[in-house]
Every structure is written in structure tokens, then in C-alpha cells.
Design a binder for this molecule. Sequence first.
Ligand code: SF4
Length: 68
Amino acid sequence: MVKIKISVSEKCIGCGACIAIAPEIFEFDEDGFSKPKITETEDEKLIRKAREAEENCPVKAINIEKID
Ligand code: SF4
């Protein structure tokens, strides 16, 4: 079972792409930037969505790390 850790760096420009792609995982913070609602998951569907968001982030602000 693969487990991942999700984070968003300060490079985020608040474009909203990741939130449109994966609203289960990302949301806007009070400053209008993305933050992860969940930081770790081993759910395959969520992992796929997180990777799709990572690929579509225009400034590569999403980091996905395998943790096992
Ligand atoms: S896709 Fe990237 S730049 Fe856009 S809101 Fe998400 S993390 Fe920020």
C-alpha cells in the first residue's frame, strides 16, 4: 500500500486549478492560496487526484512525497 504526504509551497499563486481538480484534497486558505485539507492518504483515488493536481499546477507548488 502506497501512502503519500501532500503539501503546498509558498510558490502557490492561488489560481485554483488544484481545488477545481481535487476539491476533496485542496481548499483556499484565508489569504486565497491553496492548502491541503488532508496531508496524508493511502486512498488510491485520492492519490490519483493529488497527482493530477500536482501535474496541473502552473508553478509546481504541490509536493507529493511517498512516505512508505
Ligand atoms: S494549482 Fe498550484 S498555484 Fe494553483 S492554487 Fe493550486 S497550488 Fe496554487
